[in-house]
Design a protein around this ligand. Sequence first.
Ligand SMILES: [Zn+2]
Length: 156
Amino acid sequence: MDIVLQKHLIKKHHIFFDHLKKNKDDIMLPIYFGFDCGDGWYHILDTLMGSIKHHQKFKKIEPIKIKQIKEKFGTLSFYYTGGDEYIHGLVSMASSMSARTCECCGTTDGVGMTSGGWYSVSCEDCFNKNFRLKDLKWNANPDVRILKISKLLKNG
Ligand SMILES: [Zn+2]
């Protein structure tokens, strides 16, 4: 993820990253490997962290400690310690949403999965721009067809 986006998320949701600071005057540094995923998942991460923060405040529980954020087998992996079953559910939902969101541009329209040695979630446009030179195939999500049919029926 772009460093500007990472820094913005860390600043906005700093309570999850404060444990990484050596002392209170340290600037917020990206977690060890940075956010090892594409810019397209920015909104998923922002929404996830915002929802966790809201829940923790409401339930008066300690902030989780985020350890690592990365893409693994085409979906978002969000490693943390602490939290409760509700937060576990939020993280699970965010991971499921990442499997339907282009990791490059963030669209949920016409998203598919690559195959042929590397799993990645992208729309067809981003696949053609970013993966054209690699020996990969792009496969549309089977739900894309039913969504297109639904749109056609609504538009008459
Ligand atoms: Zn895209």
